[in-house]
Design a protein around this ligand. Sequence first.
Ligand code: FMN
Length: 334
Amino acid sequence: MINNDNDIILGFWKDIPKSCKILAPMADVTDVAFREMIVKYSRMGENGGGPHVLYTEFVAADGLFSDDGRTKLISLLQYNPKHRPIVAQIFSSDPKKMEYAAGLCRSLGFDGVDINMGCPERNVTKQGAGAAMIQTPERAKEIILAAKRGAVDIPVSVKTRIGWTKNEIETWIPEILSCNVAAIILHGRTRKEMSKVPAHWGIIARAGEIVRESGKETKFIGNGDILSLEQADAYGEKYKVDGVMVGRGIFGKPWFFDSQKKEVSVKEKLEIMLEHTRTFLKLLPNKNFQIMKKHYKAYISGFDGARELRGKCMEANSYEDIKKYVYDFLKKDN
Ligand SMILES: Cc1cc2nc3c(=O)[nH]c(=O)nc-3n(C[C@H](O)[C@H](O)[C@H](O)COP(=O)(O)O)c2cc1C
């Protein structure tokens, strides 16, 4: 079967379990190194945990389209087969480039392609991509159909927001559905709201009704402010979604999806942080080390002495520095 305008290729989405939990795409966070940590320290779907699906961070299809750009960006599309099912997230407002990039993701072996129609950042929306797509539904549909052509036989999904400045789901969700996508992932805020207000789960629930009323097989995933597996299960049930996507809740907690893990000692946490740093340096040698600082902020919090250690690590410029600060801290502590 290939992706025709009228067909829905569900691919792996067909088999996602009830109350499925998905790792959100996050630029400079859910890179291959952090995903390695997540699959190692979470239980990959056992015991109701997860994650049942992983996403890459978003990648510019326009960049992938040129030889130079592809050389620079290809490291963002690294994955380990252990990350399956793994979805590549791409964005563009140019159908030709979208089709090409979706084809590239398929040839790299991804299980699915997701189109970013939710990014609020100006450098993306001014190109007409990301959340700007909500304002140009005709163009958005061209982009989805182009991605489906490029993806050939792997599923195409759309991750988006509830509107640009106001709730537009009554018109926006049917526009996406008309392209017969495998899944819609809805972040419960408008572009204008960025991440500044609580996610509107009531609106997410209504969007889910629109999907069900359409009679299509499209899966519907809610996203916004989920901070624990228990909350993911409760929201999945209450707001009647096929799954829940988790973003910021996993910062500094690669074990987030492990339903068995209750307590993580400070020592264990800091050792995982060091392992994460080594993995980052090994797999992403060309990325800026400063990217790890976002993770350090999250790992080093909530325990005695965290503030001082965090301050030192935020100033560090190498793995050796970080290791020294951590071991000095652990020696002092024990
Ligand atoms: C640092 C950061 C980077 C993000 N990058 C992306 C991205 O590349 N693609 C995307 O669709 N959403 C991106 N998002 C949005 C998240 O995927 C998610 O929709 C949002 O954070 C709301 O979910 P949460 O409340 O669980 O964090 C990003 C969010 C953060 C905090």
